[in-house]
Write a protein that binds this ligand. Structure first.
Ligand SMILES: C[S@@+](CC[C@H](N)C(=O)[O-])C[C@H]1O[C@@H](n2cnc3c(N)ncnc32)[C@H](O)[C@@H]1O
Length: 253
């Protein structure tokens, strides 16, 4: 995956975030609170250990856990985002940021494993072929007895689909999606977006892991239910108790 470019400037993220809610009344307004709290808890519980943040983006998860673990290795293949994270996290002496994918990192550090590995909101932009490889590499990078956290999109089973960030109405085949996802330089319709159902995510979990927990998060605010119902092409009432994202906590055997 050399020359990877993340085709998003995240300009639409604040708008999307404003349409979502945590639902557990924490009053922070953070729709990701359940997911972020799980990461904080698991990182703190593994405090003496090492963590890897795969696809760190702008480094928000690395920054969050660095104070409570001994070491964080962050990987980010997009050069601009990698530089951003490097600069933003330069003050944290226990953090290293590499412009690498998991395959690149494993090639350079074949025996290195971590107590905690995090693959946060990456899978939905990857080809289905690559998702299998990526999860296998997450398993390879996690110590026996260690924990992995994997988050991604979440759709009802009948609404799971492949689409484009900027042509959200489009429904494309897995093959078309994979071809588009595998050439990031030519992504003229924005990011490839795979809306994962829960069974689709669970089917990706390698045998090396035991599934400890599954959660959904980022619920739709009632006043925006209709918008998401149209996007997902399902009746609004079916989304009332449905999170826009999901995560799994996995334990390496
Ligand atoms: C939606 S962002 C999530 C960023 C971060 N994990 C977070 O939760 O804030 C997805 C990130 O995955 C990165 N990415 C793309 N291909 C990747 C790969 N093969 N391995 C790891 N990360 C990748 C992208 O460059 C992008 O920064």
């Amino acid at each position: 995956m050399s020359n990877y470019v993340y085709q998003d400037k995240e300009a639409t993220m604040p708008q999307l975030s404003g349409m979502l809610t945590s639902r557990f009344g924490d009053e922070t307004g953070d729709h990701e609170a359940l997911y972020i709290d799980a990461i904080k808890l698991l990182a703190a519980a593994r405090g003496a250990g090492s963590a890897m943040d795969i696809g760190c983006g702008r480094g928000r998860i690395t920054e969050l856990i660095a104070p409570v673990v001994a070491e964080v290795v962050a990987l980010e293949p997009d050069p601009g985002r990698c530089n951003w994270s490097r600069e933003a996290l330069a003050h944290l002496s226990n953090v290293s940021v590499f412009e690498q994918t998991t395959s690149d990192y494993i090639a350079d550090n074949s025996s290195r494993q971590f107590d905690l590995t995090i693959l946060g909101m990456v899978l939905q932009h990857m080809s289905t072929r690559y998702c299998v490889t990526l999860l296998d590499e997450v398993a390879q990078l996690t110590k026996p007895g260690g924990i992995a956290i994997v988050s991604t999109t979440h759709a009802l089973e009948q609404a799971a689909c492949f689409t484009y960030q900027h042509v959200a109405d489009a429904r494309i085949s897995e093959e078309e999606f994979n071809a588009y996802a595998e050439n990031s330089q030519a992504q003229d319709k924005g990011l490839p977006v795979h809306r994962f159902s829960r069974p689709e995510l669970e089917a990706l979990i390698p045998d090396a892991f035991t599934l400890v927990q599954w959660h959904q998060f980022s619920y739709y605010r009632p006043e925006h239910l209709e918008h998401f119902a149209q996007l997902h092409k399902v009746p609004a009432r079916e989304l009332e108790n449905h999170g826009n994202s999901q995560f799994v906590v996995l334990k390496k055997r």
